[in-house]
Design a binder for this molecule. Structure first.
Ligand code: GUN
Length: 260
């Protein structure tokens, strides 16, 4: 039995096209299966929900991923809530978010899960440390703040900063580990960090520089060099770990099916 993911891509968002292609390519390279369901930008919410229904009851698929963002006329929350939680390998369903928040995770969202693997690999022990997260998205900021605070996983003290935070620098300068997940190109420079901080850069921003298109993170790499003790690079860094964790969650889902 081979882990099998159903990936749903609605419309022609160029960034989403690249993300989904990178995901399916990696599945194929490692001998896992994916089916890509491409839908027109103008598909109705009802048609999309019908497809999710079909994928939910198709025993062939162990995981279902709906690439975000969805077009404006579709209620993303409604669509994500329609995915059966046992196939929700992105970990976005409220049941899975709830399980994570009480420390009993089923599927951990892929990007924060990948970040925890990076920290483990480089022996960055979060126990008792101060983790400061900038950005409160359901995909990255909130779940990483929960993971880092859970006793069995991070056991860190966590501050979650967002667009309403007063004096962001005051908070970010206290971070032993800083997570930049605000989606603003090269926003975090040396003035935001404490000497020796470990920085995880979650941003993937396309910018124009010197007449060329370029991908940069949420951290100004040049500025923090020599101040931070470590920094995940963009490109590479956290991005590929997101894909690795999607493979892992799909494999876990496949195994769970065999056991149950
Ligand atoms: N859009 C940005 N990140 C993600 C992700 O991790 N999963 C999905 N489905 N869509 C995304």
């Amino acid at each position: 039995i081979t882990p099998w993911l159903a990936a749903v891509l609605v419309g022609n968002n160029p960034a989403s096209e690249i993300y989904v292609k990178n995901k399916t390519k990696k599945f194929e390279a490692l001998g896992l299966k994916t089916d890509l369901f491409r839908l027109n930008e103008d598909i109705s919410e009802q048609e999309l929900l019908s497809l999710i229904d079909k994928l939910n009851s198709d025993a062939e698929f162990h995981g279902i991923l709906v690439q975000l963002p969805l077009p404006k006329h579709i209620d993303s929350e409604k669509v994500l809530n329609a995915i059966v939680p046992t196939k929700d390998v992105d970990g976005f369903h409220p049941e899975n978010a709830g399980l994570l928040s009480i420390g009993k995770p089923r599927f951990i969202p892929c990007t924060p899960k990948g970040m925890m693997f990076i920290l483990k690999h480089f022996n960055v022990d979060l126990n008792g440390k101060h983790v400061v997260v900038i950005g409160r998205s359901n995909i990255v900021g909130r779940p990483i703040s929960i993971l880092a605070s859970l006793k069995e996983l991070g056991n860190a003290t966590v501050t979650l900063c967002h667009s309403g935070t007063k004096d962001l620098k005051y908070h970010s300068k206290q971070a032993d580990v800083l997570v930049a997940a605000l989606g603003s190109p090269e926003f975090v420079d040396a003035s935001y960090i404490k000497e020796g901080a470990c920085i995880l850069d979650v941003g993937i921003n396309r910018i124009e520089r010197d007449g060329k298109s370029k991908i940069v993170g949420d951290v100004n790499q040049e500025s923090v060099m020599g101040v931070a003790s470590s920094l995940t690079p963009v490109p590479k860094g956290v991005g590929p770990m997101t894909i690795a964790c999607l493979l892992r969650n799909t494999t876990i889902s496949c195994k769970n099916r065999l056991i149950n």
